[in-house]
Design a binder for this molecule. Structure first.
Ligand code: ADP
Ligand code: MG
Length: 661
């Protein structure tokens, strides 16, 4: 797997995981914290509704208690009660004052004595009503909510009984229907006992509200708790009064827009609120939608649960808001993710892909494919880098080609020298024996006593010329490295000193200044003293011959790495560039016949090679020549060839101008 792929996969995975976690956290926050807040708001609303409901009952109680204190009622007794007189008008007045649904005056057995509006059935027995019963037995004012039967309502008022009647509607999630209508009523009211001076009950003043279909009541509660209170905007807050599980007064609407009176609470809520008498505060299915709701059981004076008070908020606007916010968040996260991906893409395009290309190109190049290039040029510094790498490759290829050419030239040259060496050795061997024979016999003949002078002179000439020929043959054998070398540890300085001592007294060196510059602590090399002396002598003689009108010959020694260097410099005529390639060839000479043999440098080359050394030269026509010979230190291998430049390694191949350092 490439770095690019790894980086890409890692960053994409990182971004996806991070964004998923962020989204999850925010969504769960919205879900729990926000809906929880809504829930709390609904519960506050329920408490407010409850308080209003209580306040209404307090008002009823106050109203009837004040009325009971009035002269008419305090003196009225069961006995004096009748349907005639001012009493009905009084009751109607009280009813209007408290805007109650009914007010009646009962006798001390709980039967209706006087009605406010004479519309009830003849049978006026209300002694079974919970409030009346409690007031008669405790002789105290009793205020609360009670469930009364349709018949009982009819005794108070036919009109109320009619209003109480509610047709039950099929409701999903509610208990199965057993009846088709509900005739019972839920009354919230007060029963005030009227006592005589002995404390005996003379009658009961009984009045209150029938909650069935009292829309004004639930609407006023809703308007009071509406949050925020905005008029003309259909409220999402809903309030309902339940009789059992039936909605008897509500502002929850059905799909047709009518109030959902006659529908029932869901079975789950009914079990908790009506059967177990507990508060329900959670999301619930109401009529045909989900609401965030709170239900509180309503109890009668005997603490029986007779109904429930409900407030609720339509859940969909909150869900909608949450979803909108969630959507915005999702868009933000997605666009963040997208921009991250774009960033990764550009990183890839601008940095990683070029890096990968450079690596691949380098691998191919190192593997030998010299045509490999990066090629691409992304904008900016990375593009410059790619360009530089390509340029570097071009330069390497160019150097490689130069090296190849130089190496093949050098190979060609050494092959030439070595085949020349073999030829020379063959010829020398063949000539050496006859020459030795000629010399020996010439010497023997010269020793004969009866030899005249002319013959002796001829013999001397033969001996001289044969000796010269033998000398040349020896030179050839030296060049061909056919002569054994006796290497032993020696100081190169000593070879230099011996050589200069030899040449100083020569007539040839009369006009030449010989300058020695020897390193004091020169380490030993393994060498054959005689042969190295011969090398130094050959080079010194060449230098001398190059300085026909005088000059300076400088011989210096130095330590250099694991080798010892000796330099022989002259201030002579220099070597022409076209001769540089040939001067190490045997018999190459620029000197007139009889003066030069062309063997000096080739023999020296052979000897240096046999010592594991290396010979280089640097020459400029008209200014002089410097030969540099490097020998390995005693106990070391051959001198390493200078690896970085061919001309340096094979100085005689290079034109003079390039060689100056
Ligand atoms: P010879 O000295 O017999 O000519 P060498 O092999 O010693 O043969 O030298 C070959 C040729 O190299 C010389 O003829 C000369 O042209 C050239 N040469 C060698 N050394 C020098 C030098 N120090 N300065 C100028 N030319 C030189
Ligand atoms: Mg010479």
């Amino acid at each position: 797997m490439t770095i690019r792929l790894k980086l890409t996969i890692l960053s994409i995975a990182g971004i996806l995981v991070a964004n998923a976690l962020i989204s999850l956290a925010v969504f769960s926050y919205l879900e729990s914290v926000w809906l929880q807040e809504v829930q709390q708001r609904v519960q506050r609303n329920l408490r407010a509704a409850e308080a209003m409901y209580e306040a209404r009952m307090q008002m009823l109680e106050g109203c009837l208690q004040v009325a009971a204190l009035s002269h008419e009622f305090s003196t009225a007794g069961a006995a004096s009660a009748g349907s005639g007189g001012r009493m009905p008008a009084m009751l109607t007045k009280v009813r209007h004052a408290g805007s109650m649904d009914f007010v009646t005056l009962l006798d001390n057995r709980g039967r209706i004595a006087v009605r406010a509006d004479s519309e009830g059935t003849q049978d006026g027995d209300l002694s079974e009503n919970a409030l009346v019963r409690a007031a008669l037995s405790t002789k105290k004012t009793v205020t609360g909510t009670e469930r009364v039967s349709g018949a009982s309502l009819a005794r108070i008022s036919q009109r109320l009984a009619g209003r109480a009647r509610i047709d039950l509607l099929p409701t999903p999630e509610a208990k199965p229907l057993l009846e088709t209508s509900c005739t019972d009523g839920l009354i919230s009211g007060t029963a005030v006992p009227l006592l005589d001076e002995h404390g005996a009950v003379r009658g009961v003043l009984y009045g209150g509200d029938l909650l069935n279909q009292r829309e004004d009541l639930v609407d006023s509660i809703r308007d009071a708790i509406l949050n925020p209170p905005v008029r003309d905007v259909p409220s999402q807050d809903t309030v309902t009064v339940f009789l059992g599980d039936v909605r008897i007064a509500t502002n929850v609407r059905k799909t047709d827009g009518h109030r959902a009176v006659g529908t029932r609470m869901s079975q789950q809520v009914a079990e908790q609120v009506l059967e177990r008498g507990e508060i329900w505060a959670a999301s619930a299915f109401v009529v045909n939608d989900r609401y965030v709701t709170a239900y509180e059981p309503i109890r009668d004076p005997q603490q029986q649960v007779v109904g429930a008070l409900y407030v609720g908020l339509l859940q969909s606007p909150f869900v909608h808001k949450r979803n909108t916010l969630g959507g915005v968040l999702l868009v933000m996260v997605l666009s963040g993710t997208l921009s991250c991906f774009l960033l990764i893409y550009f990183m890839n395009y601008l940095v990683l892909r070029p890096a990968e290309k450079v690596i691949a190109m380098s691998r191919r190049f190192i593997g030998g494919d010299l045509t490999a290039r990066v090629h691409i040029r992304p904008p900016g510094e990375i593009g410059l880098l790619c360009q530089a790498v390509d340029q570097m490759a071009e330069a390497v290829v160019e150097r490689e080609q130069q090296l190849k050419i130089a190496t093949s030239k050098q190979l060609h040259h050494s092959e030439k020298l070595s085949s020349l060496g073999r030829l020379a050795a063959g010829v020398a061997h063949e000539i050496n024996n006859p020459l030795t024979g000629v010399l020996t016999f010439a010497h023997l003949m010269r020793e004969k006593p009866n030899m005249d002078d002319q013959d002796r002179q001829d013999l001397d000439l033969i001996i001289h010329e044969t000796s010269r020929a033998a000398e040349i043959v020896r030179g050839l054998l030296d060049f061909a490295r056919e002569r054994a070398v006796n290497k032993e540890p020696m100081n190169l300085n000593e070879a230099v000193v011996r050589t200069t001592r030899l040449i100083r007294n020569q007539k040839l060196f009369d006009r030449i200044v010989i300058d020695e510059d020897l390193a004091g602590d020169l380490p030993a090399i393994d060498g054959d003293m005689n042969q190295l002396q011969q090398v130094l002598l050959n080079l010194s003689l060449n230098a001398c011959e190059a300085m026909s009108s005088g000059g300076t010959l400088t011989i210096s020694t130095r330590t250099q790495g694991a080798g010892v260097v000796v330099k022989i410099s002259d201030t002579g005529c220099g070597i022409k560039p076209e001769h540089l390639e040939r001067i190490f060839e045997p018999f190459f000479t620029t000197k007139p016949v009889g003066k030069g043999t062309g063997l000096g440098l080739s023999v020296s080359y052979g000897i240096v090679q046999q010592h594991g050394g290396n010979i280089e030269l640097d020459s400029e026509v008209g200014r002089g020549t410097t030969f540099t010979i490097v020998f390995p230190l005693s106990g070391h291998g051959p001198v390493a060839e200078t690896p970085d430049s061919v001309p340096r390694q094979h100085p005689f191949l290079a034109p003079a101008g390039e060689r100056r350092e």
